[in-house]
Design a protein around this ligand. Sequence first.
Ligand code: 13P
Ligand code: SF4
Length: 330
Amino acid sequence: MTPLTTSPSVPPVSSVPSDLESAINDLRIKRRAVILAHYYQEEDIQDIADFVGDSLDLSRRAAATDADVIVFCGVRFMAEVAKILSPERMVLVPDMNAGCSLEESCPPERFRQFRAQHPHHLALTYINCSAEVKALSDIIVTSSNALKIIEQIPVSQPILFAPDQHLGRYLQKKSGRPMVLWPGTCIVHEQFSEKALLKMKHRHPKAVVSAHPECPDAILTHADHIGSTSSMLHFVRTSPHDEIIVATESHIIHQMRKIAPDKTFYEAPGPDAQCSCAQCPYMAMNSMEKLYTALATMQPQVTIASQLREAASKPLRRMLDMSPPPRTPC
Ligand code: 13P
Ligand code: SF4
């Protein structure tokens, strides 16, 4: 398979303007660029983005945009999805090194062997993986559409799920479908501590727990709500509860405070007080300075060889075709 190629990381421009916000705004007009950001990005990036969303929303936006340039503020696999679905657009990322522990857990060659060991299984693959792994998969899912997609797969069809074992286990439980699971984990969700969570619940007896399904089962057991980042925001919007413990990457709390300024949010705890466990080190590689530099230099750009792009687009398009329509804001 033709390898994925990405342009090298670009050193910061020698002087970044003091008013980054207006410099980015000027450049985005000049470049006819759209800025897409995930909820796990730092607050300033969320605020300057044209659209903030979960992995599925962002894929849809990337596929539908008519901008000349997409600047993707998230991690690299998300920007690759934008390029695969919108190949005629230039796709820029603030930092090409922003990876993901789930992607790293699943090298394409080992995934190919895994598939070969289960030749009759359908490969249902979480979007948090490389373009090469997507190209070896049958259907891509995100945490917001996975259950709906599983319901459309005939019950006689065996399934293997990669690379997040916790999401896979949660989907098995909810769908009642046995699956062969790849043993990957997210380093952020993996670190939440059940013991510390129980202590937090004890300290805040009125608080309910909203958790992302990338959390281990020991955390999900204590959750009042489980869902994707957009589902967690929907829960905040609609729940009658005023105190919510948030078991996912903590930058999403920025959006939660906008939606419900009078509610109180607590970051789910890690094993010790010193641990800033709820922050994704890959997402944190992006910054306003790097966003400015990307727009100023038009680098780094995501490029994907056409053979790989075409192969990876098939399971992604299948995902979009099988997904429920976007939730209407309430
Ligand atoms: P969603 O935003 O699709 O729920 O996924 C979260 C995630 O893992 C991003 O890395
Ligand atoms: Fe990957 Fe976890 Fe970071 Fe999401 S939060 S990008 S799954 S490491």
